[in-house]
Design a protein around this ligand. Structure first.
Ligand SMILES: [Zn+2]
Length: 197
């Protein structure tokens, strides 16, 4: 996963024992034998995993962009194929894929690795893909005040492929546009054609 891994969800850390207890209870309620060897450490492992996959709550996504100033560059900047892992808030099941961000700076730019940090801060939570997409666009828009921003997010949802309609391999694609991307079809297709290369 891109970015630092060193921050964890502090609520999970301070409620560790209770979470482990409840995971154990759920295991019992689905008919498992919590004393068998393979499951002995599972409540603790699940809790440690929660620390990591819900670490996004620890950061304000607006603060990770680390804005710098560059008056020169006012052309399209694209960072594509930012891999993310998130958890569907309807099923607490993983979904994952790639995010692509394009923007046209108007004086303020963000470090390219900071865009990956933004994606991480927004996705390591209970989420829905639509909101991830619009939050990234809104935060880029608010913090960098660019001429325009476009975000495309692709996702594969385990709640769709492993249960319910069971459609393995189907991808959900969401997009959000702000500023010049809203009004210019040419700009949108430039962005999309650069994603395909
Ligand atoms: Zn779901």
């Amino acid at each position: 996963m891109a970015g630092k891994k060193d921050y964890v969800n502090s609520a999970v850390s301070s409620n560790r024992e209770q979470i482990e207890h409840h995971v154990r209870e759920i295991l019992k309620l689905i008919g498992e034998d919590v004393e068998r060897e393979g499951l002995l450490e599972t409540p603790a492992r699940v809790t440690r995993m929660y620390e990591e996959i819900f670490a996004g709550y620890e950061v304000d996504p607006r603060e990770v962009l680390g804005v710098t100033f560059d008056e020169q560059h006012e052309e399209l900047v694209i960072v594509r194929d930012i891999v993310y892992y998130s958890q569907c808030e309807h099923h607490m099941a993983p979904f994952f894929g790639k995010a692509h961000i394009g923007y046209i700076p108007s004086g303020k730019i963000a470090g390219l690795s900071k865009l990956a940090r933004l994606v991480e801060a927004v996705t390591r939570r209970l989420q829905v893909q639509e909101r991830i997409t619009s939050q990234i666009a809104n935060i880029m828009d608010e913090v960098l005040q660019p001429h325009g921003v476009m975000v495309v997010v692709e996702g594969e949802h385990l709640c769709m492929c492993a249960r319910g309609v069971k459609k393995p391999g189907s991808k959900t694609v969401t997009s959000a546009v702000r500023g010049d991307f809203r009004t210019s079809a040419a700009l949108r297709s430039e962005f999309l054609s650069l994603l395909k290369q």
